[in-house]
Design a protein around this ligand. Sequence first.
Ligand code: SAM
Length: 263
Amino acid sequence: MRSEHPKPERPQRDVDFSGPSRHGHATGEHSVTVSHGMKPMVPFRVCVLTLFPAMFPGPLGHSLAGRAQAEGRWSLETVDIRVDDAPFGGGPGMVLRADVVDAALQATRRPEIPFVYLTPRGQVLTQARIRALSERNGLVVLCGRFEGVDQRVLERHGAEELSIGDYVLSGGEPAAMVLVDAIIRLLPGVVGHAESLREESFERGLLEYPHYTRPQVWAGQAVPEVLISGHHQRVAAWRQAASEAITRERRPDLWIRYQEGRV
Ligand SMILES: C[S@@+](CC[C@H](N)C(=O)[O-])C[C@H]1O[C@@H](n2cnc3c(N)ncnc32)[C@H](O)[C@@H]1O
């Protein structure tokens, strides 16, 4: 069963609303939002295949992602795949059936939209991969449960297998939320200050520097003097040095890549 998740109501506090007026209308398969004086905004289309559609939008309906959905920057559809069977070859647990997953994919896939299966045995997600996916026009995401999904349907549809880390969840739904959340914040206009994205962890191959705000002295600790100097170049140099020190200490793997210019 397919369900479109309605846009959440526009929240009271609205950030980064890029057009004075807009309305949505359907053109064939695509919902297009028009803002006067700007190019039409085609939403990034997310389709999630899951045994538990009621889990969505979940956290994606709140804060930045919820606002972006209300503004028509992305859309969400879930497809209920109610299908599992015992594995050939024996062993515990159940496996999602190829024929039913295939039927759901036939109904939802478009050649131009990437198809991702979330699995602990996939390539571990990186910010670079997230950015590349955010530059496409949508995503079909298959959430596994139990032992996983029949291999044949993954191969037939050329699934890109992605993992959110070296640990095992009970299902792909939380992983799908992680993946979609990370993509949405990179869509044009979603984060108010685009330059803040450029300074974030992983974007330049480094972890981010520490942040401080008021009060200037708290629990006997003052914020670093340079940050209240108002001297932009010294602040930038301090942040660069802090980023490098944190990366060197916490992530020697990233540090080596950064030094070699492989970012
Ligand atoms: C219990 S897990 C299956 C684990 C599988 N038998 C294995 O050993 O690799 C059920 C589902 O959760 C999802 N999942 C679990 N851990 C994940 C991870 N680290 N990244 C992405 N998806 C994950 C996958 O969709 C998987 O099919």
